[in-house]
Design a protein around this ligand. Structure first.
Ligand code: AMP
Length: 185
């Protein structure tokens, strides 16, 4: 039988994440969730904890951000018995899309969704592995809102609170749920 969860005790998740210093460039500590995904207990626990507040909350779609948000989002959607919709980098989706451009440290990027991926008023949760500055997630929230979705929450395994991303999403009126936080970038 699965052990009961005790909200704050997330050492198992933290320990399952590998940190690669100075990747992809000097000064960045890359939080690699591939080790968490490869650990059966930690993967299950991360998904269960992300799902928990939304069971029975009338969510009809999970939107995942390419690419790690697809893995977590697919598992969450299955557990909530709801649909999954991908938010992808420009040029990857085959049908008619809506798009949004957002700023990166250098330059801009564009993400897209199929125009019919969600309908007006649908209750959606947004999922990615990590929130840093919140630029990616805030663009995804705006894309979902553009299609008329009600973004019930934005959910991440990891928060880097020093970069202020979660506050940026809350300013868009969307609650944020994260499981663990790391200091620094
Ligand atoms: P941001 O738009 O700054 O919130 O960056 C979030 C996106 O970049 C997510 O899709 C993350 O997977 C990725 N990302 C940003 N910083 C890191 C980091 N330190 N380790 C791993 N992934 C990161």
């Amino acid at each position: 039988m699965a052990a009961a969860y005790h909200g704050g005790d997330r050492a198992e998740l933290r320990e399952a994440i590998r940190t690669i210093q100075d990747y992809p460039k000097p000064g960045i500590a890359f939080r690699d969730i591939s080790t968490l995904l490869g650990n059966p207990r930690a993967f299950r626990r991360a998904v269960d904890e992300l799902v928990q507040p939304y069971a029975g909350a009338g969510i009809s779609k999970v939107a995942g951000i390419e690419a790690r948000g697809f893995i977590l989002g697919g598992a969450i959607a299955h557990q909530l018995s709801c649909g999954f919709v991908p938010i992808r980098k420009k040029g990857k989706l085959p049908h008619a899309t809506v798009s949004i451009s957002y700023s990166l440290e250098y330059g801009t990027d564009t993400m897209e969704m199929h125009v019919d991926a969600v309908s007006k008023g649908e209750r959606v949760i947004l999922v990615d592995d990590l929130i840093a500055t919140g630029g990616t997630a805030s663009a995804a929230v705006q894309l979902l809102q553009k299609l008329g979705a009600e973004v019930v929450a934005a959910c991440f395994v990891i928060d880097l609170p020093e970069l202020g991303g979660a506050d940026r999403i809350r300013e868009l009126g969307v609650p944020v749920r994260t499981l663990i936080a790391f200091d620094g970038h």
